[in-house]
Design a protein around this ligand. Structure first.
Ligand SMILES: [Zn+2]
Length: 233
């Protein structure tokens, strides 16, 4: 069943991008289960789209609780999120569908396809990445992209973000490609080190502020093809 809020692009056997305007969810299918990573803005029936792609039972993992990643959580029964993200998740709506906890090091086994949970605080407190060691893929949420990362407002922290990116950089021999939630797909591994350098430059006040292309209470800071929407404190 198609839904014109979404554009579905098959990446390869058993994996799809589900594009909803500016944000992207991913569907991965294993022998026993399917995993939907994030549920978008909530602008349509993503459940129907997913049902058209896989007959396996679907579990949802939210990379984090920003509104463009949890919009259709209510369409699913089995939702997972890191508990460090719950404060953000429930902040604007205490009645959101309850997520189950995922912890650092947990392995999501879909049957022949596994994803390991890596806690990467910074973009938000409980942001996670998912590492597919066999497929050599890192699903990075909003923390790694070629479009500016949202780093203004509550729950953002640059120091934690740099720490998390350094961890991922040190794990770089475990993956070949990065699947981001925003901007160009996929993203090259060296984007991590570019973001680390950009974050340091931003904190030193070395990147000139630009006006963002959207109406948001932040400036845009871009260098070497990466950057942030942020405010100098
Ligand atoms: Zn996002």
């Amino acid at each position: 069943m198609a839904d014109n809020a979404y554009q579905v692009i098959q990446i390869s056997e058993g994996q799809w991008r589900i594009e909803e305007g500016m944000v992207r969810s991913y569907l991965f299918e294993g022998a026993e289960k399917a995993l939907l990573v994030d549920t978008g803005f909530g602008g349509g029936d993503i459940r129907a789209v997913v049902s058209g792609l896989t007959k396996k039972p679907v579990m949802v993992v939210n990379t984090h609780a920003d509104g463009d990643h949890i919009g259709c959580n209510g369409q699913f029964d089995e939702i997972y999120m890191h508990p460090a993200e719950y404060a953000h998740y429930y902040k604007n709506d205490p009645n959101r569908p309850s997520p189950l906890p995922l912890q650092e090091g947990d392995v999501i086994d879909l049957g022949g396809r596994r994803f390991e949970v890596i806690l990467i605080p910074g973009h938000t407190t409980g942001s996670i990445a998912l590492l597919d060691r066999e497929g050599r893929i890192l699903v990075a949420g909003d923390s790694i992209s070629k479009v500016p990362v949202f780093m203004f407002g509550p729950f953002r922290n640059f120091q934690a973000y740099i720490f998390s990116l350094k961890r991922l950089s040190a794990m770089g021999d475990l993956f070949d490609t990065i699947y981001p939630s925003h901007g160009p797909f996929p993203v090259e591994k060296d984007t991590i080190d570019k973001l680390i350098a950009a974050a340091h430059s931003f904190l030193r006040g070395e990147i000139p502020a630009q006006t963002p292309p959207y109406d948001i209470p932040a400036k845009m800071y871009v260098t070497d093809g990466v950057g942030f929407f942020a405010n100098i404190e």
